[in-house]
Design a protein around this ligand. Structure first.
Ligand code: C2E
Ligand code: MG
Ligand code: MG
Ligand code: MG
Length: 285
């Protein structure tokens, strides 16, 4: 009957909610052990100069392989880590590991995602400086990616931290542009050195009812970056059509599964430092 199926739907709904909560609790608990158990590693997605096909940067992306649950997406565990405060330990581990790698290839710039929670800690810049020094890495080899949410805090704290980072010589990029609320004035007032257009915009560049709008957003990003003399990266280049579209709009840097998927550090070295593929080859999705 309608009544019975209605009730079982309610029960199912509750069961789902419970299991989500349970999973969150399990992940939150086990994330605390993940470093010690060596369940974390970084992968690197190459970032290409779209004109030449050269790889000049790579974005470090955190991976967690849970001993029972397998691979957990950072989209799932980073928010959990931010809520519990564990992001401080994880973020530190990521920076130390990225610096350890950076030393092996001084010509490449490594781009590391940093949470607002980390950035807003009073000692963040000091800690970063110590990690760079201990790793023997130049601040110029590091770029930090901050999400719009970190940068829209109408908070002097974030602005101060970014200014200190820039003084230190670390580049700071606004990530995920176009996916939420952007305070574009912050690009200038905070001396941000780059902008990354979210892949949700790139996806709309070909076909789709909002193609014209996506083109306008991308074109605006190109214009803003040119006029502020900052770097522009387009995420989510998956197909030759995406590549063609972003190239014709004059975008500077690009990354995406169509160009290269995230690789282990050793594979990145082998493929892009040691063998240096011809530009044309590198940019044929
Ligand atoms: P993000 O910083 O915007 O990173 C880009 C995400 O898009 C990555 O997902 C990457 O694997 C994925 N991606 C790259 N190219 C393509 C493409 O062509 N198509 C599609 N569909 N996806 C593509 P991932 O590695 O799952 O990371 C998700 C998010 O988790 C990141 O988004 C970032 O916000 C966060 N994250 C990852 N590692 C860290 C970290 O070490 N610290 C912090 N705080 N956040 C991290
Ligand atoms: Mg990023
Ligand atoms: Mg991004
Ligand atoms: Mg994104």
């Amino acid at each position: 009957s309608v009544k019975r199926s209605g009730r079982s739907q309610v029960r199912r709904y509750h069961a789902q909610q419970d299991s989500v909560t349970e999973r969150d609790q399990v992940l939150s608990r086990d994330l605390g052990q993940a470093i010690a158990r060596q369940e974390l590693h970084l992968v690197y997605q190459p970032i290409f100069v779209l004109d030449t096909g050269q790889v000049v940067k790579a974005e470090a992306l955190l991976r967690w392989t849970h001993r029972e649950l397998g691979r957990i997406s950072p989209a799932e565990f980073i928010p959990i880590a931010e809520r519990s405060g564990l992001i401080m330990d994880l973020g530190r581990w990521v920076l130390v590991e990225a610096c350890r790698h950076a030393r092996e290839w001084p010509e490449i710039k490594l781009s590391v995602n940093v949470s607002a929670v980390q950035l807003l800690r009073a000692d963040f810049v000091q800690t970063l400086q110590e990690i760079l020094a201990a790793g023997g890495v130049s601040p110029k080899q590091l770029e930090l990616e901050l999400t719009e949410t970190a940068l829209i805090y109408d908070d002097d704290c974030a602005a101060q931290a970014v200014l200190k980072l820039r003084e230190l010589g670390v580049c700071v990029t606004m990530d995920d542009f176009g996916s939420g609320y952007s305070n574009l004035m912050r690009l200038q007032s905070m001396q941000i050195s780059g902008l990354k257009v979210d892949r949700s915009i790139t996806a709309e560049l070909v076909a789709g009812p909002t193609r014209q709008f996506a083109e306008a957003v991308t074109q605006a990003a190109v214009t803003i970056c040119l006029s502020l003399d900052i770097e522009l990266t387009i995420e989510g280049i998956e197909t030759p059509a995406h590549l063609e579209a972003v190239r014709s709009l004059g975008c500077q840097f690009g990354q995406g599964y169509g160009l290269a998927v995230p690789l282990t550090w050793d594979d990145l070295l082998r493929k892009y430092r040691d063998t240096q593929p011809a530009p044309a080859q590198a940019l044929t999705p």
